[in-house]
Design a protein around this ligand. Structure first.
Ligand SMILES: Nc1ncnc2c1ncn2[C@@H]1O[C@H](COP(=O)(O)OP(=O)(O)OP(=O)(O)O)[C@@H](O)[C@H]1O
Length: 258
């Protein structure tokens, strides 16, 4: 399996705070990685550096072997890196299909004057296909601002997929989603991205979600990668439990039947 992203020796300081302190991470092609860490551990800074929103002070980021440090977010998006934010970035007064049609018109083929060369009918065909992939057909004509949060998250991620990315970064895909909906929302996201062969890295504080959907988990603490490995290894690691999950590591007391 080849790495799609290779982040090497990334350092980022904000004044006295070191938000990335020699971060080395490979993201393997076609895998789902969960990124965990306490508040301020450097998760968003890491994603911001890979997506071009922040430049590292030093270090290198390779996308399929090509350096992307110094490129703008737009250039990095064009090379196949997409992201969704914790708060969905939707046009709240437009319907689900209109939001997707707009995304297709902005991302798809454009003519000499920079406008979409697809007709409204063609845009609607693409948008309807994407709604189906994400199980959003029933919300086709719903106004985005009135939809439940789980549906808004799905629509936002569906829009991030419009440009056919190779890697997708998701910031807390289940935050704000009702607990009874969180698994169905994640099932949809993971099914859609696996079918498309997209590598995913998602930031998540819900350890049930992390355990269930990650092929591999990265644990950040104070700007460093504390541990990186399979979910069962990382989530049962003593330091991860103490420092990140917030449970004290208790050695079970021996039963004394005497
Ligand atoms: N633009 C900035 N200016 C100054 N300090 C910043 C900036 N961005 C991040 N930081 C600091 O860098 C550290 C890492 O922040 P970051 O947002 O990457 O953490 P995080 O793991 O994403 O946290 P959270 O889970 O709360 O989103 C924090 O101490 C934060 O205050």
């Amino acid at each position: 399996m080849k790495p799609i992203i290779e982040a090497k020796s990334l350092v980022k300081r904000f004044g006295a705070v070191t938000a990335a302190n020699d971060v080395n991470v490979d993201i393997m092609s076609g895998t789902i990685s969960g990124l965990i860490g306490t508040n301020g551990a450097g998760k968003t800074t890491f994603i911001n550096m890979i997506t071009g929103y922040l430049g590292p002070d030093s270090g290198s980021i390779l996308l399929e072997g090509q350096e992307i440090v110094g490129l703008s977010p737009r250039q990095i998006t064009r090379r196949g890196v997409a992201r969704s934010f914790q708060i969905p970035q939707l046009f709240n007064s437009l319907t689900a299909i209109e939001n997707l049609m707009f995304a297709y018109s902005a991302t798809g083929s454009v003519g000499a004057k920079g406008f979409s060369i697809l007709s409204d009918d063609e845009l609607a065909i693409h948008a309807d296909e994407t709604l189906e992939v994400f199980g959003l057909g029933a919300f086709r004509n719903s106004i985005a601002g009135t939809m439940p949060e789980g549906i808004r998250k799905l629509l936002d991620i569906a829009i991030a997929m419009v440009g056919k990315p190779k890697v997708l970064f998701l910031d807390e895909p289940t935050s704000g989603v009702a607990s009874e909906e969180k698994f169905s929302v994640m099932d949809r996201i993971i099914d859609a991205t696996r079918v498309a062969g997209v590598s995913v890295l998602f930031v998540e504080h819900d350890m049930e979600i992390v355990r269930r959907y990650s092929d591999r988990v990265l644990a950040f603490f104070e700007g460093r990668v504390l541990i990186d490995g399979p979910p069962e290894t990382v989530l049962s690691d003593r330091q991860v439990r103490e420092l990140i999950i917030g449970e004290e590591h208790r050695v079970p007391k021996e039963d004394n039947h005497a």
